[in-house]
Design a protein around this ligand. Structure first.
Ligand SMILES: [Zn+2]
Length: 109
């Protein structure tokens, strides 16, 4: 029955094509999900600032509710670090911290 054979060939071709399309769409989905590696220079946290972050500014204070210490960290460029100041002195406690640490940029040691 020639019809059956040609039908089977067509089915095989269709299956093959579907498999290829499936591979392509899966590859596309994987591509969309892949995030760029997270080791590039970090941008300043300040909205609208595109300078690379140069300092890590950390403030640790007691939460108003008394539930515990809160540690807020921001990566800022030099200009914004200079403009930074303690914001939660009202919530200071024994272990209050306001700390500025330079980021080691591009040091591969
Ligand atoms: Zn900045």
């Amino acid at each position: 029955m020639p019809d059956t054979k040609s039908g089977r060939d067509k089915q095989a071709r269709d299956e093959e094509r579907r498999q290829i399309e499936r591979d392509i769409s899966e590859a596309r989905e994987r591509g969309d999900e892949t995030e760029p590696p997270d080791d590039g220079p970090v941008a300043c946290y300040r909205r609208g600032c595109t300078e690379p972050a140069a300092f890590e500014v950390t403030e640790r204070y007691q939460e108003e509710t008394g539930k515990g210490a809160v540690e807020a960290t921001a990566l800022l460029c030099a200009d914004h670090t200079a403009a930074e100041a303690p914001a939660n002195l009202d919530s200071a406690y024994e272990e209050y911290v306001f700390r500025i640490e330079p980021l080691s940029a591009g040091n591969d040691d």
